[in-house]
Write a protein that binds this ligand. Structure first.
Ligand code: PLP
Length: 375
């Protein structure tokens, strides 16, 4: 029999002080406030005697969660009536397959601005179904830059333009998102959605895996302009078919109910904090603190060009490579977790998504200063 923990014990288990700062790129840390609500509601959701995890997706208890999650997301991003929202069981990668199948007829192609591994993956997947036109390639500058894209950069053949707005692995980001009128702009915003204000009306499709700024991994969010739904006329595997998922309000099959519930709590948390513009100001402060310190130091260096630096994933290197293992070990001992760079890039990366408080970045900077003074 599972012992019933007294609520005081549960409270202690989830005490703020016992949680470390997780700078990992994802699954990333979630707000303490969200985790505490989830813990408190875990065994008995709203007096039902069940965990929400055990509730049918067809019951009002869950339907309310789903509906609130969508309406909060609409409010936070100011998503207009002309757009549909759906939650998918499957990460952002699912959309690399779904996008061409939903938006292109056989024989058509899409444009891609290649700024890192995630555009490469989208392009490779797209090639299985359609043509791909690479209209920009950041390979020669080792992905340290994002382009300023205009209509003139388009291939003229592509039916939409695919971009990754924030390059999680290389730590680059479009400082200003492109405005393209002639074809729909499709943006993978996995590692930045809800971190800064965007004009949804500038996009045909926005999609994001949840595990950075939204909630648990394995869930993704789709925002699509209504006139783009069902335009390919192709036979599409049902769970990749945007029109089926939207028509059924994300309930064609059993959705990732608990993940959607956590996403709803995250949206509520963000809304209570003052929404995306408030969060954007905090994110700018955090990123400035870290980049200013790195730029002023003689041990650390950021390889990304200043104009394209990500406010979500701060990539840096140690000038003295011999100190790398020591840096990571000592960071861990100080409760600063997940600072290793992506396995393909090396170096270090501090992911400072919405849930990373300013105090986490302050602690990281103090640690880095102290480490440098002893190096
Ligand atoms: C920008 C970007 N796109 C796509 C993905 C893939 O997401 P998933 O693992 O949820 O499929 C990631 C994962 O980190 C990402 O950062």
């Amino acid at each position: 029999m599972i012992p019933k923990l007294p609520s005081a014990t549960v409270a202690i288990m989830y005490r703020f002080q016992e949680r470390i700062y997780n700078f990992g790129a994802g699954p990333a840390m979630l707000p303490n406030e969200v985790m505490e609500i989830a813990a408190a509601e875990f065994l008995n959701y709203k007096g039902s005697g069940m965990s929400l995890m055990e509730v049918s997706h067809r019951e009002p208890l869950f339907e309310d969660v789903l509906q609130e999650a969508e309406s909060l997301l609409r409010k936070l991003l100011n998503i207009g009536e002309g757009y549909s929202v759906a939650f998918f069981s499957g990460g952002a990668t699912l959309h690399f397959s779904a996008l061409p199948l939903n938006l292109l007829k056989e024989g058509e192609s899409f444009d891609v601005a290649h700024t890192g591994i995630w555009t490469k993956k989208a392009w490779e997947e797209g090639l299985k179904f359609n043509g791909v036109n690479v209209i920009y390639d950041a390979t020669p500058n080792n992905f340290t830059e994002t382009p300023v894209l205009t209509e003139a950069d388009l291939s003229g053949k592509g039916k939409y333009l695919h971009i990754t707005s924030n390059n999680t692995i290389y730590g680059s980001q479009y400082p200003k998102l492109p405005k393209i009128q002639s074809i729909p702009l499709v943006a993978d915003m996995t590692s930045e959605l809800l971190s800064r204000k965007i004009e949804v009306a500038d996009f045909g499709v926005i999609f994001a895996g949840a595990q950075k700024n939204i909630g648990p991994s394995g869930l993704s969010v789709l925002i699509i302009r209504n006139d783009l739904i069902g335009i390919s006329g192709r036979k599409i595997p049902v769970l990749l078919d945007y029109s089926v998922m939207i028509k059924n309000k994300s309930l064609y099959n059993t959705p990732a109910t608990y993940s959607i519930y956590i996403a709803k709590l995250v949206f509520e948390w963000l809304d209570k904090l003052g929404g995306v513009s408030k969060m954007e100001a905090v994110n700018e402060e955090k990123a400035k603190l870290l980049y200013d310190f790195v730029d002023s130091s003689s041990l650390y260096v950021c390889p990304v060009q200043k104009k394209s630096r990500s406010k979500m994933n701060v990539v840096f290197l140690l000038k003295d490579k011999k100190l790398e293992t020591k840096f990571l070990d000592e960071a861990e001992k100080n409760g600063l977790h997940g600072l290793g760079g992506h396995r393909l890039v090396g170096g270090f990366r501090a992911s400072i998504y919405n849930s990373m408080p300013l105090s986490g970045v302050q602690k990281l900077v103090s640690f880095m200063k102290e480490f440098e003074s002893k190096a």
